[in-house]
Design a binder for this molecule. Structure first.
Ligand code: ZN
Length: 194
């Protein structure tokens, strides 16, 4: 099995075994492989040696991600002017499945994202509804109209359409599996004023 297929299968197993993920959206039944060329970022190049401690449930995804990292297309959708150099040097995400993912789906978008320690991902929003599921590390999540929450491996947090949200990572890199569903599936997040 290719490393990317191995990652997809590890994510699928986690998704289907996790009620919060299944209840949010069923695993997409329209996946088809599409050609997406590898693209590295600073964070992906050091992924193999990063300490990323998950749970028994999330560890297989972390292991598969390390293996697949060089073959994945890592994206950064913000500029240095928006988020600063250190953010860009420690953050990156992969669209595993979705409109532009390694596996195409028109129903659901699934990302894996990493953020370095002690990083503030400032207020942003997007049209699609979102669920973050923590794979490794810890982060404080804030969202307009919701109490702050500490996220750690195995915990999920939802954001509604256009609900501004912010994330502050703690002393370890933060790794998450994120789902987008509904209108705006092929959109992008943008920074907003709180
Ligand atoms: Zn979001």
């Amino acid at each position: 099995m290719s490393a990317i297929n191995g990652l997809l299968q590890a994510v699928r197993k986690l998704h289907e075994a996790t009620p919060e993920l299944c209840d949010y959206a069923p695993w997409p039944d329209d996946l088809s492989s599409q050609q997406v060329l590898p693209e590295a970022c600073v964070a992906s190049e050091s992924l193999g040696v990063r300490s990323l401690r998950g749970t028994r449930a999330t560890a297989p995804v972390i292991k598969a991600l390390r293996r697949a990292a060089p073959e994945l297309h890592w994206k950064q959708t913000y500029s240095e002017a928006e988020v600063g150099r250190r953010f860009l040097d420690t953050y990156g995400y992969v669209e595993l499945f979705g409109p532009e993912g390694h596996f195409r789906s028109a129903k659901l978008r699934g990302y894996i994202g990493i953020w370095g320690p002690d990083l503030t991902y400032d207020w942003h929003d997007h049209e699609a509804e979102e669920l973050y599921f923590t794979l490794a590390g810890r982060a404080v999540f804030a969202a307009r109209g919701a109490p702050n929450a500490m996220m750690r491996p195995g915990l999920a947090r939802a954001h509604m359409t256009h609900q501004p949200h912010l994330m502050i990572t703690l002393d370890q890199p933060y790794l998450a599996y994120a789902l987008w569903r509904g209108a705006g599936l092929d959109g992008l997040p943008r920074m907003v004023r709180p």
